[in-house]
Design a protein around this ligand. Structure first.
Ligand code: ADP
Ligand code: MG
Length: 289
């Protein structure tokens, strides 16, 4: 069974999509079979950045929206990518008649079943079952799609952009995750929050680190040591369907930090799981290291 990590955040532009792609790509490069689920179904930015805008192609490529709306298995929309070990369940944005999908409304209509649909689909997928990691990219909201992603996840990870530091929104995201853990998904663990794009102004950087350290102390949620710097290279990557690992040397800004972030993510998971096994908490069956 894979470890399912939901990349969450109430706001847009905080680095959810960029970090989903980079963490997943690095895990794949390390030899872990990794699948990205594009669950920001209105923007479909992960899909656009990894395999291109499938909704613009003549032949209709199915994705997660069609499976949710019309039935089927995620195995039918589990695609290879150009990167070895990296797979994607894309969001196709538009239905066969060219109308935009509204997955939020669809899940709301289904009520309780809607909240659990993503989890059920993941649990039933044989291909996902063969992965080591699943990373879910989410919409910039704490609505039903993000909640259902938290219900399906083992971990949630929160990116923070320091140029638009909103402690309230980070706090709300933490609260939402912990509420889902308490009420519905006891296996959900917060991995923590990390700076996905550090302001270059020293004063702002200092302030951000100070405020985030305080938040970590108040909430008990881990603040990652690795800080991703701002790099103009990130802006061009989606169009070229590349990652920072493909276009820069290991020592360059952003590249080495994303390598470090993934090491830290793996360390955190190991630490949490060791602690859990010592305190004899049973995880979902088959989650062996
Ligand atoms: N470290 C970084 N340096 C510079 N730009 C970045 C960095 N990380 C992300 N970005 C850019 O910030 C914008 C928002 O990031 P994105 O991952 O799409 O956020 P979200 O998915 O939360 O909306 C994108 O244009 C992306 O290229
Ligand atoms: Mg996004």
């Amino acid at each position: 069974m894979p470890r399912v990590i939901s990349i969450t955040g109430q706001k847009g532009g905080i680095g959810k999509t960029t970090s989903t792609i980079h963490i997943a790509s690095r895990l794949a490069d390390m030899g872990f079979k990794t699948c990205i689920i594009d669950f920001d179904t209105t923007q479909s930015n992960v899909t656009r950045s990894v395999i291109g805008p499938i909704w613009e192609s003549d032949e209709k490529v199915r994705g997660i929206c069609d499976v949710m709306a019309n039935g089927g298995s995620l195995d039918e929309v589990f695609y290879e990518t150009d990167r070895e070990n990296l797979y994607i369940i894309p969001s196709e944005k538009k239905d066969s008649r060219g109308a935009n999908y509204n997955i939020e409304a669809l899940l709301n209509q289904l009520g309780l079943e809607g909240f659990n649909l993503l989890k059920e689909l993941i649990d039933e997928s044989q291909k996902i079952g063969e992965c080591h990691f699943v990373l879910i990219d989410n919409a910039p909201s704490l609505g039903i799609t993000t909640v259902s992603s938290l219900l399906a996840a083992d971990y949630f990870l929160i990116p923070v952009q320091t140029s638009d530091l909103s402690m309230e929104s980070i706090g709300d995201t933490i609260t939402a995750g912990l509420k889902v853990k308490k009420l519905q998904n006891p296996y959900l663990e917060p991995l923590g929050f990390f700076i996905s794009s550090m302001d270059k102004r020293p004063k702002m950087a200092k302030k951000a680190i100070h405020e985030l350290t305080d938040l970590s102390e108040q909430t008990g949620i881990h603040f990652f040591e690795t800080i991703i710097p701002i790099s103009s290279k990130f802006a061009f990557l989606p169009r070229e369907r590349k990652t920072i690992f493909d276009v820069t040397k290991t020592s360059e800004r952003g590249h080495k930090e994303y390598l470090g972030l993934v090491d830290e993510v793996l360390e955190r998971i190991k630490m949490i799981e060791t602690h859990e096994s010592q305190s004899a908490t049973t995880r979902s069956p088959g989650k062996e290291a």
